[in-house]
Ligand binder design. Sequence first.
Ligand code: C2E
Ligand code: MG
Ligand code: MG
Length: 890
Amino acid sequence: MGRVQRWYRHLATVLLVFGLITLIPPTASAYERPVLRVGYTNTINYLSRDEYGFYHGMTYETLENIATYMGVTLEYVPGTPAENLLRLHSGAIDLVTCEEVSQNLLPPTELTAPPAGTASIPLGYGIGWLLLSDQRPDLKANIQASQQSLNSISPLFGLHLLEKYQDQGGAALELTAEEKAYLKAHPIIRAMASPGQPPYTFFTEDGTHQGVIADIMNIIASDLGITIEISPETDQSSMMAHLTRGEIDLVTDIYSDYNWARQHNADLTIPYLTLNYVAVLRKDQSLPEKPIIACPRSHFYTHDYMEKMYPASQLQYYDTVAECMSAVNNRQADMTFVNAITAQSDIYQGNYYNLYITGNVVFSHEVAIAVSNLANPMLIRILNKEIAHLSQQQISSIINRQIYAVQSKDTLQSLIYRNPIGSLVLISSLLLGIILTLLLVMQLRRKHSEELYREAHYLKEVNMYNTRWFIQNLPKNLAAYDALRRQGKLFLMVMSAQRIAFMHELYSRQAFNKALQELGARIRRNNPWLLMDAISGDFFKLIVLCRLPEGFTMEQAAQKIANEAGTYVINDMLTTVHYHIGLCAIPKAGESTPEHLFDCVMLAHMESVASHKTTTYNEALRHELLKQKKMENLMAKALQNGEFQVYLQPKYDLQTQEALAAEALVRWQSPELGFLTPGDFMDLFEHNGFAIQLDYYMLKSICQYQKTRLENGQPVIPISVNQSGLHFSEENYLQRMQAIADDYQLPPGCLELEITETALIDYQTHDARDDASTIVNQLHQIGFCLSMDDFCTGYSSIAMLQNLPMDVMKIDRQMLLNAEESPRARTILHHIIELGKSLDMKVLTEGIETKQQEELLLSLGCRFGQGFLFAEPMPLEKFAGFLEQHAKKS
Ligand code: C2E
Ligand code: MG
Ligand code: MG
C-alpha cells in the first residue's frame, strides 16, 4: 500500500513541476520586425550581391539605414526592372530600387514619370529612387519620416556615400565644344611647381619635373590633350611673383587658401590632393607630457595648425623641415610634423635613423592648382572638370609609386636600415667569408712555410734532418734535458764512416741511403740515450745529441754505437764499416752557443779523421779552434798585405838529376801567427772558401813570375799551381781562368795545375763526372797542363783515370812509404806507375827524402820525383838563384 502511495506522490511532483514550467511566462521575447521585400536589379555601386551573398552599394546602405529607423527587416529579391514592376503590382514585393540614370546630380525630386500605379521616393543626390505601389501611401509616409529623422542627425550621410562609391571611378570628362576649342587654341600651358621635396615634387639635375605632382600634371595634360610646361624655380615666393605678373598660367600645387590666392592674382581649382601630416618622434624616448615641437618657420601649416594645437612655450622654430627633423634627432626638440608623402624620404635622405613616423594623421590640407586670373576663366573650369575626373585610386597609386621610387634610390645606409635582417645576414656572410678566406690563406701559408722549412732542413733521401736543423733545435733540446746537462751527462757525437767515398763508389747511392736509414732506425731503437740526430748534406757525417748511458764513459758509449753500426747490409751484402768519431761534452753550466758546440764536436771529428782515433774535444783542440778563428779574422787582410808568399819546390828527372819543373806552394808569413805552412791553414780555407781567392793569388803570382823571366830572357821551366776542389763548384771558374790566360799570354807549357784526387771524389754521380771531365777538357783547351795530385790517397783513383784525361800522375808520398815497407805495396806501386805511363802520363812521386827511396822508384820505373832529397820548397827570390846554380851544376 505504502508503495503505491509513494508512487503516486512522485507522479504528483512531476506533474506539478511540469505544470509550473508551462505556466511561467518567457522572461524576454525577440522583437518581431516586419519584413519588407525589395526588388532590385544587380547594379555595381548602387545595389549588388557578391559571390558570398553580401550586399554592397549606395542604395543598399541607404535602404538599410532607413530600415533601421523604420524598424523593419529588408529582404532583397533580384530581378529585371520589368520583373520587379510585375512583382510590385502583384504584391510579391513591397519596394523596387531605381538608379540614377544620368551622372548629373539633380536635386532630389520625385521621378517625373514613375511607372503607372507606382509612386517614387528619392533616396538622395545621385543615389536614385524607390518605387512602391501608389496604393500604399502609409508605407511611403513611413519611409519619408525615417529619411527625415536620418537627415536631421546626419545631413551628410548621402554625400559621404556618394564620395565613397563615386570616387572609385572618377567622373566622366565631358567638355563642351567651346572648352575643346579653347584647349585647341592653347595647346601649351606655362606652369611652375614648388621646389625640392622628393617625392612630392622635385626637379632632376637635367631640369625634369618629377614626383607626385608631376605625375598628376602629366595625367591632366594627357587627358586634356595639351602640354603643361613646368619650369623649375628655387623658392615659393619668386614662383608666386611669376604668377602674379602673369608670366606663367598656373602654379601646379598650392595650399588651397583663397585669400592667399587672391593676394597673388590667382584663382584656385577645386582641390585635387589632400596632404596628410604625420608626427615624427625619436625612437629611444617616449613623448614627454609637454613635448617641444619643431616648426618650419615659413610654412603656412605652422601658423594654421601647429600654433593652434600647441602653446607658444612648446614651439621651437627652424628654417626648414630638414632642420626640424635634425632638431628632433639631436634631442633639441621632441616632435615635428611632416608631409606623409615625403616623411620616409626625409628620414632616409637625412639618415635620421633614430626617428620614426607615427602614421597617425595629425592634420591635413588640400592642394589645388593656382591659375592666373589673367588667364581665360575657361581654363579653370576645364581644370575643375578634369580634377573631378581624376579618381582617388589613380592618385593613391601615383603616391605609392613615387614613394617607392625615391626609396629605391636610397643610400646604402638607408638600404641597410630598411632591410636590417637581410643586411645582417649579408654582412655576417661577408664577414664569415672573409674570416674563412683569411683562415685558409693562413693555413696555406703555414703549410707553405712548413714545407719550405722542411725542404731547407730535411733530407728526404735518408728521412733525416740536416745539421742546420740540428743547430737550430739544439737549444730547445738542451733546455728539455737541463737536469741531465747540469749533471754533466749530455754530449755531442759526430761520426762518419771511413772509406765512405769508396763505399759510394761500390754501391749505388740509393742502396747506400736505404741501408743508412735501416741502420739509423735500428740504432735509435736499441739506444734510447740517443736524443736527437741529424746528418750532413753529403750524408757522410752523423751528428747526435746523447745522454751518457749509465756505467759508460763518453768514449765507451761512442764505441758501443760504432760496434753496433759496424756492419751494414747493403744490397744483401754484409759490409764492415769503421768510423771516425768526434765527441764533445756539453758543459754543465755557462753559455755555449749551439754553433760553438757544433764547431767543437766537428773539430774533434776532424782530428779523429786525421788521427784515425776517436777524439774527444779538449783544451788543445779548443786552442786549435781559437787559432782557426784568429786565422779567419786575419786572412783577408793578410792577402792584401802580401803576407802569403809563393814558395817553389823543384821537380826532378830521376834519371838525369835535372830540375825540369817546380811546384808552387803557399806560405803565410804572419806578424801575429808567425810562419805558417799549408798544413796549418789550408783545411780551414777549404772549409770557409778562402782557398779560392788564395789560389788565384798564387796563380797570378806565378804567371807574373814566368812572364818577367820570359821578358828578361831568362830560362823558364813549367811551374805547377795547386787548385782547390772548391773551384769545381765555383761559378765562372773557366771564364776566370781564361781571363788570366788572356792577361798573361804565356806560351804553352809554362803552367800546370795540380788537382788533388780527393777534390774530384765528390763528383760521384754520372752527371757530376761529366761536369768534372768537361772542366778538365776546358782547362786543357785554355792551355794548362793538368796533374792528378796525391794519387792513391782516395779510393777511386782508377775510376778517375778512366774519366779524366790528366797529363801528370803525382803519386802520393804514402804510396812510397808503403812500398818501402811491403813487397805487395811495391808491386802495386809498380803497376800504378806502369798504368800511368801506359796512359801517356808523366809519372812523378812526391816526398822523396832518401836515396833509397829514389832508387826504389827508379827500379819501379818512376822517372820523375820531388822531395827534400833534392830540394825543399824555397822562396821565389831564392829559386832564381837555385836555377842558375843548378844549370851550372848540370
Ligand atoms: P801537395 O800539393 O801534395 O804538395 C806537396 C807537399 O809535400 C808540400 O807540402 C811539400 O812541402 C811537401 N813535401 C815536399 N817534399 C817532401 C818530402 O820529401 N817529404 C815530406 N814529408 N813532404 C814533402 P806543403 O807545402 O805543406 O803543402 C801541403 C799541401 O797544401 C799541398 O800538398 C797542397 O795540397 C796544399 N797546398 C799548398 N799550396 C797550395 C796552394 O797554393 N793552393 C792550394 N789549393 N793548395 C795548396
Ligand atoms: Mg801539389
Ligand atoms: Mg801532393
